[in-house]
Design a protein around this ligand. Structure first.
Ligand code: PEP
Ligand code: MN
Length: 339
């Protein structure tokens, strides 16, 4: 739609699309609203819309994914989460323990995260563990502790849901629903979160290609939830010096194809404490919109993923370094734009 299109113009386009038997997706942006169409089997004649009031242009999207595509919306989506957002000028830092263990553990980390200036807190209440005998998370009690974190420290809560019941609970207590790597192609769960109105952090599957990753995001958006943030968390390769191989080249690839923000998880991506900061810095340098980082007051006592957890001091150091890199990049971009 044109930048000066009014709501009536948008409503008229939506009505025309519905009358044709298709599904319209109105996605408001910073400067203009894009309206996607799904449910069509072949090409739709642009003549249906082209001459309607407020319409700027009708574009045919030929890729397998439509709503995530830059063809539909060239500008980056800024996804609102609670009282902050991901995809804007600020680097988004999501930090917290792998798993919610005790209130004391959680508050210690939350205090450090809030003090650093970060806006988002992570913590798992439902943990996808390889072994059924490993700590599975505290469930709803864990979510209640995170809701207290929001009240006390003003942080926005990002936490994983593994099934539909979990989604309902995260909707109640959290601000952003995380879909973990192992569920990236759980299509019924993707459809279910697509029907919620909470933003979704979608992690890349352990061996997912770029197209599979993007189509998983498309599943969520096709249901009407356009608030999706992608997350690279490392993939399985032959390399065994790290837990996973961080595929940083996916960041520019994603930024070329889609308007969705993408963040990096160097904690699960490396699985090694000493690798987290270097890969976090690299992630910011390649253009990620943010980071998700595991932090524990006492990593050696962590019930889950202690080997990759940063101490509070290490986290503070990382926060300062990645923001310094982000600032340099922002200045560079400005000078490129000016010259
Ligand atoms: C997590 O972030 O807690 C997690 C389990 O990550 P992943 O799904 O990427 O393994
Ligand atoms: Mn973890």
């Amino acid at each position: 739609m044109k930048a000066d299109a009014v709501q009536e113009d948008i409503d008229r386009v939506l009505e025309v699309i519905e009358k044709l038997g298709f599904r319209p997706h109105a996605m408001p942006g910073a400067s203009r609203t894009a309206i996607g169409i799904t449910g069509n089997n072949g090409s739709v004649d642009p003549a249906h819309f082209e001459n309607l009031s407020g319409v700027a242009e009708a574009i045919r999207v030929t890729k397998p994914y439509k709503l995530i595509s830059k063809d539909l919306r060239p500008e980056k989506s800024v996804i609102k989460i609670g009282n902050s957002s991901i995809g804007g000028d600020e680097l988004a830092i999501i930090a917290g323990p792998c798993a919610i263990e005790t209130q004391e553990q959680v508050f210690k980390v939350a205090e450090a995260v809030a003090k650093s200036g970060a806006k988002f807190f992570r913590g798992g209440a439902f943990k996808p563990r390889t072994s059924p005998y490993a700590f599975q998370g505290k469930g709803e009690d864990g979510l209640k502790i995170m809701a207290e974190v929001r009240e006390r420290y003003g942080l926005n809560i990002v936490t994983e849901a593994m099934d539909e019941r979990g989604v309902d609970l995260v909707e109640k207590y959290g601000d952003c629903i995380q879909i973990g790597a192992r569920n990236m192609q759980n299509f019924s769960l993707l459809k279910y979160v697509g029907q919620t109105r909470k933003p979704v952090l979608l992690k890349r599957g352990l061996s997912a290609t770029l197209d599979e990753f993007l189509l998983a995001a498309e599943y969520i958006m096709a249901e009407g939830n356009y608030d999706v943030i992608l997350c690279e968390r490392g993939i399985r390769t032959f390399a065994d010096h790290a837990r996973n191989t961080m595929d940083l080249s996916i960041v520019p690839a994603v930024n070329r194809l889609t308007h969705l923000p993408i963040i990096i998880d160097p904690s699960h991506g490396t699985g090694r404490n000493y690798m987290v900061n270097p890969l976090a810095r690299a992630g910011v340098a390649v253009g990620a919109d943010g980071l998700i980082i595991e932090v524990h007051p006492c990593p050696e006592e962590a019930l889950c993923d202690g080997a990759q957890a940063l101490t509070l001091d290490q986290y503070a150091e990382l926060y300062a370094q990645v923001n310094a890199i982000h600032e340099i990049l922002a200045k560079e971009e400005m000078s490129i734009a000016v010259s």
